[in-house]
Design a protein around this ligand. Structure first.
Ligand code: UDX
Length: 429
């Protein structure tokens, strides 16, 4: 099938690469010329394991193209995916200006029947909006349909999540239109849910908000465990065996960051409030999440008496492992709180240093974990990178001024840390 994907961010680029890999002819469009030039040279604008290999391989085989020309992409394709950014506005509402701009561009170029698919995370009703914009601005008398096909990929495992998704959601105006999308995904052999456009749009927000709720829930229980002398890891395990609850997304810590959960929950709160529906549950999810970094720094303060004049070795800057993304990363909040308290931060992350340097230039960035902990008052674990689990802890101990660890992601076993002679503080244990 001839496919056009508009937007080469996480969702667009991964979707385009995977569709090409499945044997389709794919053109990826972006209005940032430098990004398109980079991609044509086989360089990735984002860090995502396995992506570069897949893009280069499909480009070399002539199934994947990059262009800044939206009209070219529209004319040569039967299905057009909109995968542009939907950033939040100040008030939490989703900014749809990029989606609207693309819809106008599609309207100008559309020359025969096409299916337009909203892949970006967009509030309920956006499918209607895209339909209206194309209808009002199209230059030829052609028919088209608008479909919602939300994406559930996670950064760091985006390729695997796209190839083996838990489910594929297709919200289409008719069974016939849904069939085209079904055909596109058929070879993945994954569960599909075919529904109306509005329901598909809500499925995405409801899923992300539910997962965010699980995280804030377990973080609340972690606070209780800290006070009551219980172990949240055991509590989460005990809860997770109940099939109705499940073990996933019950890892306590510094809370959720990234480009999706905070923005999607805020957007859903905005939609609910606008429609006069009580949004208190989700407001609490966000409030609890925002307090996590402060809670962590308060633990540090209570154990060290003061933070003033102290230096900390921070391991992890990315909002989670396997990504260089620092959007809404907890590291940023912790850095701010520590500098406010007149402390200094030395930091290391396997891939997120360049991004962090741009927004937190005051931090001393280090080449590896050991350099970051040399001569500092305590080690801080902020991102759950696998490589931090396998550090030489004897060496870490010899480099630290005092053997103190504040582990915001519960990476280590308490008794092992104790045996090694560390003063070890983690979350909810
Ligand atoms: C999320 C959704 O999982 C994905 O389906 C959607 O398409 C986009 O948003 P992503 O933001 O890439 O994906 O990361 P995810 O792995 O879900 O983690 C989000 C945040 O929650 C991270 O900051 C992570 O550290 C935190 N988290 C996750 C926890 O604190 N505890 C958990 O148990 C799980």
């Amino acid at each position: 099938m001839n496919i056009c994907v508009v937007g080469t961010g996480y969702v667009g680029l991964v979707t385009g690469a995977v569709f090409a890999d499945l044997g389709n002819d794919v053109v990826c469009v972006d209005n940032i010329a430098e990004k398109i030039e980079m991609l044509k040279r086989g360089e990735m604008p984002i860090y995502e394991p396995g992506l570069k290999e897949m893009v280069v391989h499909n480009m070399n085989d002539g199934r994947l193209f990059f262009t800044t020309d939206l009209s070219e992409g529209v004319v040569r394709s039967e299905v057009i995916f909109i995968a542009v950014g939907t950033p939040p506005k100040e008030n939490g509402e989703t900014d749809l200006s990029q989606v609207e701009e693309v819809a106008r561009g599609i309207a100008r170029a559309i020359d025969r029947y096409k299916i337009i698919v909203n892949k970006s995370t967009v509030p309920v009703g956006t499918g209607d909006l895209v339909r209206e914009i194309i209808e009002c601005n199209k230059r030829r008398h052609v028919d088209f349909d608008v479909v919602s096909n939300p994406e559930f990929l996670r950064e760091g495992s985006a390729i695997q999540d796209t190839l083996v998704p838990d489910r594929i959601v297709i919200g289409a105006p008719s069974q016939t239109v849904a069939m085209t999308l079904l055909e596109l995904y058929a070879s993945l052999e994954r569960p599909m849910i075919i529904t109306d456009v509005h329901s598909a749009e809500i499925i995405k927000y409801a899923s992300n908000a539910f997962l965010a709720t699980k995280i804030s829930f377990i973080n609340t229980i972690a606070d209780l465990c800290e006070q009551a002398g219980a172990d949240v890891t055991q509590v989460a395990k005990g809860m997770g065996f109940d099939k109705r609850i499940g073990p996933q997304f019950l890892t306590p810590g510094l809370g959720f960051g990234g480009s999706c959960f905070p923005k999607d929950v805020d957007s859903l709160i905005h939609t609910l409030t606008n429609r006069g529906i009580n949004a208190d549950l989700l407001k609490s999810v966000m409030t609890i999440n925002k307090m996590r970094a402060r809670h962590f720094v308060e633990i540090m303060k209570s154990k060290l008496d003061t933070l003033t004049g102290k230096t900390f070795g921070m391991l992890g800057l990315a909002f989670k492992q396997n990504t260089d993304d620092i959007r809404d990363a907890k590291s940023l909040d912790i850095i701010d709180l520590l500098y406010e308290a007149n402390a200094t931060v030395k930091a290391y992350d396997p891939v997120a240093i360049d991004n962090s340097r741009k927004v937190r230039p005051e931090v001393i960035y280090c080449k590896n974990s050991y350099e970051a902990v040399e001569d500092v008052d305590a080690l801080l674990i902020v991102t759950e990178w696998n490589e931090f689990k396998f550090l030489n802890m004897e060496k870490i101990k010899s480099l630290l001024k005092k053997p103190v660890i504040f582990d915001g992601r519960n990476l280590y076993q308490q008794d092992r840390m104790k045996r090694l002679g560390f003063e070890y503080y983690s979350i909810g244990r």
